[in-house]
Write a protein that binds this ligand. Structure first.
Ligand SMILES: Cc1cc2nc3c(=O)[nH]c(=O)nc-3n(C[C@H](O)[C@H](O)[C@H](O)COP(=O)(O)OP(=O)(O)OC[C@H]3O[C@@H](n4cnc5c(N)ncnc54)[C@H](O)[C@@H]3O)c2cc1C
Length: 376
């Protein structure tokens, strides 16, 4: 491995780490990114730009719901950051036609109505639609759909395109991406020393953007970053005529469904996968595939005859529902950058904010509610 010396090291080369690298490189900082090259949520995700409260999250993690709700303005800001990134990267198939959360019963629509009231207070552009109104904008929905909440701030993009374009852009700016796992991080005088697969290197400042891998790295520094992995399932179909413009979710059932510009339909939404750390990669659970695509076919009967061409499993990262950004006290030169729920949506914003803090500049959003010190 070539000498990894740079001003700033970033551990983790997913959407968050590379977005931080982009911001720093734009400011003329010499950056090295260390990436273990495995189980990046960014390589497994579905490309939904989430803004409204996800019913799945509210159901599974009710204790974290207040944190996600308090973060709603961050999701609005995150989509704006993605729109700028879309332009900068020459297009990542970003479409912002809004997201529909479907109700199949009056009770579910009632739940959505209360949810929309809470979201509107945080500035989200939401509205409750009855069956006729939903049908006008999404005539392909199943006959049982009773109504929906539309969140006009939501959208979708193609993460395969985005990841490739971002990587190419940062490499073009001189960022070095080292394919190496960082084994340990320790403070050394005014600097920070990384022990990695290629040896040992010292930096002025370090950003830990290693999602599920961040907890272990923080411990020897006396830090506590309580992140956990969550193995999740995904499917993608063959190409079909492009008709589904919105991001689709359900008020009660776990599903996200969207169509890429290519015509392929991506189906996910939090169905479980299996993960044994000794095996090292998450594995598909057959019942998740069957349950997930059956639900999709009920919601959108027209896709019933499409073939699923690929299924995969990936590691999501959860914490307490809020992003974690800022210095790992008492080390003022080690920064954490871990996005909260829907981390691909938040990743560019969180990465840029961490980079702003490294540069000593004021981030776009007040980082204080997201400080790692809340776990001490
Ligand atoms: C199946 C699935 C679907 C999803 N769908 C969506 C979606 O539609 N919309 C959305 O907003 N979010 C979605 N997410 C969540 C989202 O993908 C992640 O939250 C986000 O990509 C995290 O980005 P990141 O850059 O912070 O971390 P990651 O992309 O996880 O990258 C972290 C990197 O750090 C590396 N690393 C870890 N430890 C070390 C170490 N010690 N040394 C060096 N490198 C290390 C890893 O190998 C990895 O490459 C989904 C997640 C999954 C699993």
């Amino acid at each position: 491995m070539p000498d990894a010396r740079a001003d700033v090291a970033i551990v983790g080369g997913g959407i968050t780490g590379l977005s931080a690298a982009l911001r720093l490189a734009d400011s003329g900082v010499d950056v090295a990114v260390f990436d273990a090259g495995r189980n990046a949520g960014s390589d497994a995700n579905a490309g939904s730009l989430h803004v409204q409260l996800q019913s799945r999250f509210l159901r599974l993690f009710p204790d974290q719901a207040p944190n996600v709700e308090a973060s709603l303005p961050a999701y609005l800001e995150a989509v704006r950051v993605w729109q700028r990134l879309d332009q900068r990267l020459g297009g990542v198939d970003l479409v912002r036609k809004g997201g529909l959360m479907l109700a199949e019963t009056a009770e579910q629509l009632d739940f959505l109505e209360h949810k929309a009231e809470r979201e509107a207070k945080h500035g989200l552009d939401v509205e409750i639609l009855d069956r006729d109104a939903v049908e006008r904008i999404a005539p392909w929905l199943g006959p049982q759909v009773f109504g929906a909440e539309i969140c006009r701030d939501e959208g979708k993009l193609n993460p395969l395109v985005a990841n490739k374009a971002l990587r190419k852009t940062v490499l073009g700016l001189g960022v070095r991406i080292e394919p190496a796992e960082v084994l340990a991080v320790r403070a050394s005088g005014a600097g920070v020393v990384l022990t990695h697969e290629g040896g040992t290197s010292e930096f002025d400042q370090v950003i830990l953007a290693a999602s599920w891998g961040t907890a272990r790295l923080a411990v020897p520094l006396g830090g506590r970053v309580p992140v956990a992995w969550e193995p999740l399932h995904m499917n993608i179909t063959e190409q079909a005529e492009y008709v589904i413009e919105h991001l689709i979710q359900h008020a009660e059932r776990p599903i996200t469904l969207k169509q890429f510009r290519s015509g392929q339909i991506v189906i996910g939404g939090g169905w479980e996968a299996r993960f044994d750390p000794d095996v090292g990669t998450p594995e598909v659970v057959e019942s998740s595939m069957i349950g997930n695509v059956s639900l999709a076919a009920r919601i959108a009967p027209g896709i019933r005859n499409l073939r699923v061409i690929r299924t995969w499993a990936g590691l999501n990262t959860t914490a307490d529902g809020k992003s974690i950004i800022g210095p790992l006290e008492p080390h003022r030169n080690v920064f954490i950058a871990v996005p909260g729920d829907a981390g691909y949506t938040l990743g560019p914003l969180i990465g840029q904010m961490a980079a702003d803090m490294v540069l000593g500049e004021t981030p776009e959003m007040d980082p204080s509610p997201y400080a790692p010190s809340r776990f001490l």
